[in-house]
Structures are given as structure tokens and as C-alpha cells.
Design a protein around this ligand. Structure first.
Ligand code: UDP
Ligand code: MG
Length: 341
């Protein structure tokens, strides 16, 4: 295995850092400094790829004006907000490294851990997941709902997705290549990194509260992500709906028989209204639920069939550097230079 934590700098890019950015103007400079500092310690040829996911603040300007601090960095500007998953996909496609690390822009994922992740990679792991020990600064409800979601997802899905593992992870080139080949439009990243298999490992860490600004995930979006996560990795909910339907239908049949028997044997008249209401509500509710469930799958098929791109790149910028005598010479610190789309 290559040893990149050595004194010798390597010409080709060894490690790519992908940062999805959505309205993060306030934290970007600190993040850039921290990242560059950590990458300097690793002493490899690294690149940082910022993917702007339709920010409406000054994020793009901030990124373009970031100083070169030893590593090349580039910006991929998406034409609008496509969501974090799309931003990560765009970033991964652009990586040149022999491994990539995805990291949030809000400093909730401590850049210092990159050193440990790279060590694990050198030990031969293809996917290094980071598991949150605590979720500082997150509400009780978010913590509990996340726990319930992971339990449910892992009960339903064939390839278990590790609990409390976010998007902060290292993946090796062969996993990146596998993921880049997939043409799925509704990608649920967390499951996707598990799906290719290879050697996976977990490092535990304490997740900090957001450095600045608010979470970009309202509960409505999180709920959507949860439905995506389940429907993209399991068709069991459809089976469950069928079983539940059969159960309700058979209990209604038995109940019907009971009512007939009661009337015939004991001559009891049946008080109709409550039973009818009960039957209508139970069945109606269940039917709506099943239709919604089927709808979720049909919706997925619909988006796959349309085959639209998952994101559109509006512009790409790259800072260029050349290596001379192991020294990084900055030729274009301010991104004046525009590269092809
Ligand atoms: N993000 C993005 N597109 C979005 C929402 C978020 O690229 O539509 C980025 C955001 O800038 C941050 C990361 O994804 O770098 C995680 O977002 P956030 O902190 O809001 O999520 P949380 O930490 O609450 O899971
Ligand atoms: Mg965050």
C-alpha cells in the first residue's frame, strides 16, 4: 500500500476533498484554513473541490477569493440548488484523487479527523465511515427521529447501513469509480457507499454543533430523504402493505361472519353506524397509505425514466499550481482562469 504520510510529495493528486456548499459564506474561510492546515500535515498532493449548490449568499465569491494555502482548490458551481446528494455526486465525478473525503462546509465534521481517515485508508480500507458518538447542538427530537429511522431502514434494507454515520467519509478510487458509474437519479448516498461492499471500517467521533448559521435541512426535507432512503433500498414496504391489506380484509370477513352469526343465533340487531364508520376509516386510511407507498415507488420510476441529469454545472473554476522542488508555486491564486465545462 502506498504511504502518503511520508516526506516525499507525490506529483499526482492523492487525496480529493469534496465540500458541498449551500449558503455557507460565513464559515468558508475558517473551513478552508483548517482544511489546508490538516492537508499540509498529511503531506500529500491534495485538491479541495467546493461544490456550490445554488447558494444565494456570497459563498461563490468567497470561494473564488480563497487564498491558495498549499493545496489546489476548485469550484464547481451548480446552476441551482439540486440538494446535497446531487452536489456530492457532482463533486465525486470531478475528483482526481486516489481517494476522496466528503466533508460538510459548516465545520460539524472536524477536519482534524482526516489524518486518521487517511491512516485507515493506508491500512487497506476502501470506505472509512465516521460514526457520531454524540450529536451536540441537535434537538432531542432530531436525535430520536434519526435513531428510529436508522432502526427501520436497517430492518427493511438488505445491506445494513451503519447507524449514525453521516456523509463525512473517505472512499477509495475503486469505490468512487463504482459509484460514478451508476446512472440512478434518486440516489441515497448513505446506502450507496455501503452497496459496493469492499473493506469498510468505522471511526467514532463527537459531532460538534454547527459552527455558524442554521441547518439546511428542515424536517420536511429530512422526511423526504428518509422516504428516499427506504424506497431506494427496499421494496419490503410494498410487501408489508400487501400483508396488512390481507390482514385487514380477513379480519373484516371474520367480523362479518360474527355479526351474521350473532343475528341468526341470538337474534341481536346490530348497531350499524359505529361499525360502518370503523370499517370505512380503517380501510380508507390503509388504502391511502398503500397508495402513497406505491406512489413513492412510481415516483422513483418516473424520475429514473425521465433520465434528466441529477445536476447542471453552470461554471467551473480551478486554482492552478505547479510543483517545483517540492514547493508549491502559486500561478493563479485568484481563480481568474476559467476551465471548460
Ligand atoms: N448542503 C447542500 N445543499 C443543500 C443543503 C445542504 O450542499 O441543499 C450542504 C451544506 O452547505 C453543508 C452540508 O450540505 O455543507 C450539510 O448541511 P447541513 O449542515 O444543513 O445539514 P446537517 O448538518 O444538519 O445534516
Ligand atoms: Mg451541518
Amino acid at each position: 500500500m502506498m504511504n502518503i504520510i511520508s516526506n516525499q510529495k507525490i506529483q499526482t493528486i492523492t487525496l480529493s476533498i469534496v465540500v458541498p456548499v449551500h449558503n455557507e459564506e460565513d464559515g468558508l474561510q475558517t473551513l478552508h484554513k483548517k482544511l489546508s492546515h490538516v492537508l499540509g500535515k498529511i503531506n500529500c498532493e491534495c485538491e479541495i473541490i467546493y461544490v456550490d449548490d445554488g447558494s444565494v449568499d456570497q459563498s461563490v465569491m468567497t470561494i473564488k477569493n480563497l487564498p491558495m494555502l498549499g493545496t489546489t482548490h476548485s469550484l464547481i458551481k451548480l446552476s441551482r440548488n439540486f440538494g446535497k446528494e446531487a452536489a456530492m455526486t457532482a463533486g465525486l465525478k470531478a475528483t482526481k484523487g486516489r481517494a476522496a473525503i466528503i466533508i460538510d462546509a459548516d465545520l460539524q465534521d472536524p477536519p482534524e479527523l482526516i489524518v486518521d481517515m487517511v491512516k485507515k485508508w493506508e491500512e487497506g480500507f476502501d470506505v472509512v465511515n465516521l460514526q457520531r458518538r454524540s450529536r451536540n447542538g441537535e434537538t432531542w427530537f432530531k436525535e430520536k427521529s434519526a435513531a428510529v429511522f436508522y432502526k427501520l431502514l436497517n430492518k427493511l434494507s438488505e445491506n445494513p447501513i451503519p447507524e449514525n454515520v453521516g456523509d463525512f467519509r473517505l472512499i477509495s478510487r475503486r469505490v468512487i469509480d463504482e459509484i460514478n458509474q451508476l446512472t440512478e437519479k434518486n440516489i441515497y448516498m448513505k446506502g450507496l457507499f455501503v452497496w459496493p461492499g469492499f473493506k469498510q471500517t468505522i471511526i467514532q467521533f463527537d459531532r460538534e454543533a454547527r459552527f455558524i448559521g442554521d441547518s439546511k435541512w428542515p424536517y420536511s426535507k429530512l422526511f423526504g430523504l428518509a422516504v428516499d432512503g427506504i424506497t431506494s433500498f427496499s421494496t419490503k414496504p410494498l410487501q408489508i402493505a400487501t400483508y396488512l391489506g390481507a390482514l385487514i380484509a380477513s379480519s373484516a370477513f371474520i367480523y362479518g361472519l360474527l355479526i351474521i352469526a350473532k343475528t341468526l343465533i341470538f337474534g341481536e340487531t346490530v348497531d350499524g353506524f359505529p361499525t360502518i364508520m370503523l370499517a370505512i376509516l380503517a380501510l380508507g386510511g390503509f388504502q391511502l397509505m398503500s397508495i402513497g407507498l406505491i406512489g413513492a415507488y412510481v415516483g422513483r420510476i418516473y424520475t429514473e425514466v425521465k433520465n434528466r441529469p441529477r445536476y447542471i454545472i453552470e461554471e467551473k473554476f480551478e486554482s492552478t499550481s505547479t510543483l517545483k522542488n517540492n514547493l508549491v508555486v502559486i500561478t493563479n491564486p485568484k481563480f481568474k482562469h476559467r476551465v471548460e465545462k
